[in-house]
Design a protein around this ligand. Structure first.
Ligand code: DQA
Length: 148
């Protein structure tokens, strides 16, 4: 089993970007924590961040043949705009959880709609960086439950 963790635009700035909204933990720290959590459970965790929609689409498509069995994705601003990324996830048909650090429903109305939520196995919003940990924990439990 391998989990792909995808981070959308501007999440490379985590730690310094609007810390009152997104917290002060960096993307490197989040990825390191997830990688360790996965390793402890015998699960490979691959991480990828891009500020480019096409690069994220390409990475999702590559997941079809690189052994990825589950995706954790924070599409960031593309949550609210990207039919292309939605179609990529639907196309590869790999189950995924959508994560948002902030509670998007408490924010501007344009953040209330997601192109991903109806396809997702689950959605975690507003729990900060802990949301990624919970999403990966779900993926690991799901995998353990499916082992013979
Ligand atoms: C976000 C919420 C989005 O609305 C925003 O564009 C982001 C981050 C979050 O994690 O809270 O970049 O996905």
């Amino acid at each position: 089993m391998a989990v792909l963790v995808l981070h959308g635009p501007n999440l490379n700035l985590l730690g310094t970007r609007e810390p009152t909204v997104y917290g002060s933990v960096t993307l490197e720290q989040i990825n390191a924590e997830l990688t360790k959590l996965g390793a402890d459970a015998g699960v490979e965790v691959k991480t990828f961040q891009s500020n480019h929609e096409g690069a994220l689409v390409d990475r999702v498509q590559a997941a079809r043949t690189d052994g990825t069995t589950f995706i954790v994705i924070n599409p960031a601003a593309y949550t609210h705009t990207s039919v292309a990324l939605r179609d990529a996830l639907a196309g590869v048909a790999i189950p995924f959880i959508e994560v948002h650090l902030s509670n998007v429903h408490r924010r501007e109305p344009f953040r209330h709609h997601s192109y991903f939520s109806d396809l997702a196995d689950g959605i975690i919003v507003g729990l900060g960086h802990k949301g990624y940990r919970l999403a990966l924990g779900h993926a690991i439990e799901r995998d353990l439950a499916s082992r013979p």
